[in-house]
Design a protein around this ligand. Structure first.
Ligand code: TYD
Ligand code: MG
Length: 420
């Protein structure tokens, strides 16, 4: 608890107030687009809404070690081709940044590194070199003298961000602010800043897998529908232009418990492999464990399979996994999960060239999903021959030919079609 004392002074008299700001007609306002700096990394540029808006504050959040510094250092070096960029490293020494830059193969005269934690000093230094872009890595390690609490505390993080905001707008300089998300999600992390900044991007993924997804959760200058897909390589983050191919790359030969489904990430359909394993429970309580899916969704699907499809999963441990480290939240992958479980339970593989899409309702019915055509086109593009979809959808206007469409009314029917 922090006690704050506010001096409100005397209440002002409303009537005596002179008019200083006038509302303007929407029709007369200039509609010119924002002045944007193109970031020469397409996957990042797209998530930003087509470039970095001058004077905007972009928060890049993510778990520690996920690759935030790497991604932004790469972006900074490319932006430094056209203007001086200051990379403020409040977390690592300048030598550490240099080591990372060497590893990334970055050599850029205009990329200036500043190892400093005092925000006033940082701003003075940035002004002295007339930086065109500023990176603060990370917001949890910078501080303002006038705030008494420790760096990384909620009030420091909030005051520092607001100070940066006040500076960035009039100077018309975009600022990337990097912030760690703690495992608990909220404490002094980027979450308290979300409402203050112009755009919030999260870099997510599993640090033991190579893929990273950059997702905009807020963007005052663009849509929040776009995601960027990257791959962590030994020379930094590489753009993945063809995520479906990448996610299916390591698909094993026919094995039970695996099926491919199509999820929509932002505006892009992406094919992913779902794996499941059903094994007899050793001790009383059966386990339900999910990776890349909500565990609660997995539990629900197991319950539906038990009651509506008649699979006796009551004494089975069920593990489900989205291959490649992608996290999927949309219900359209329900059918994929259900079929993977059924396939493992019955120990019968799903035919390799089959894709399944559909949401499963509590009575075991298959519900339609949005953007089915786009999903099917993606499946057809990658050479899948057969797709199982909910019967409720009207005949999809499939523009890609050569894919057989099987319609199923229920999860039970779909399972019969997939593993006869
Ligand atoms: P980093 O950008 O330091 O993460 P963050 O700033 O989000 O904490 O990335 C850390 C991880 O990335 C680290 O485990 C090493 C790995 N990495 C690579 O695999 N390849 C590379 O080229 C670089 C620079 C890092
Ligand atoms: Mg870092």
């Amino acid at each position: 608890m922090v006690e704050t004392i506010e001096d409100r002074g005397r209440p002002r008299e409303l009537a005596s107030r002179a008019v200083r700001t006038v509302p303007q007609s929407l029709a007369t306002l200039g509609g010119a687009g924002h002045d944007r700096l193109r970031v020469p990394i397409d996957e990042l540029d797209r998530v930003l809404g087509g470039g970095l808006v001058r004077g905007s504050l972009v928060l890049v959040g993510g778990d520690p070690g996920i690759g935030k510094s790497t991604l932004i250092l790469q972006a900074a070096s490319l932006l430094a081709r056209d203007q001086p960029v200051v990379y403020v490293s409040a977390e690592e020494s300048a030598q550490q940044i240099k080591l990372r830059a060497d590893r990334l193969g970055i050599e850029q005269e205009n990329l200036l590194v500043l190892a400093e934690t005092n925000l006033e000093e940082i701003i003075a230094a940035v002004e002295s070199v007339e930086a065109g872009v500023v990176v603060i890595d990370s917001i949890q390690t910078v501080f303002l003298d006038e705030v008494t609490s420790a760096a990384g505390s909620v009030s420091q993080v909030r005051e520092c961000t607001s100070r940066l905001m006040q500076w960035a707008k009039p100077h018309n300089v975009p600022v990337f602010v990097i912030g760690h998300v703690t495992k608990e999600g909220t404490i002094a992390g980027p979450r308290v800043l979300e409402h203050m900044v112009d755009a919030v991007l999260y870099l997510e993924g599993d640090r033991y897998h190579q893929y990273r997804i950059l997702r905009a959760v807020k963007n005052r200058f663009g849509s929040t529908d776009e995601v960027g897909v990257f791959e962590m390589a030994d020379t930094g983050l590489r753009e993945v232009r063809n995520p479906s191919e990448a996610f299916l790359e390591e698909r094993s030969e026919v094995a039970s418990g695996s099926v491919v489904t199509v999820t929509i990430e932002g505006t892009r359909p992406i094919l992913v492999e779902i794996q499941a394993l059903a094994t007899p429970t050793a001790f009383g309580l059966p386990r339900r464990s999910a990776n890349g899916l909500e565990t609660s969704r997995l539990q629900l699907l197991c319950a539906v399979l038990q009651k509506r499809v008649g699979l006796s999963l009551g004494a089975q441990d069920i593990y489900a996994n989205v291959v490649g480290g992608l996290r999927v939240a949309e219900p359209a992958v329900d059918l994929g999960v259900a079929i993977a479980i059924a396939s493992s339970f019955r120990d019968r593989p799903v035919e390799r060239s089959t894709v399944v899409v559909g949401e499963i309702g509590l009575s075991g019915e298959l519900r339609s999903v949005n953007q089915l055509d786009r999903r099917l086109n993606e499946a057809a593009r990658l050479g899948f021959a057969r797709v199982i979809v909910p019967a409720t959808v009207g005949k999809p206007h499939l523009t890609a030919s050569g894919i057989e469409i099987v319609r199923a009314a229920s999860a039970a029917e779909a399972i019969e079609a997939a593993i006869p």
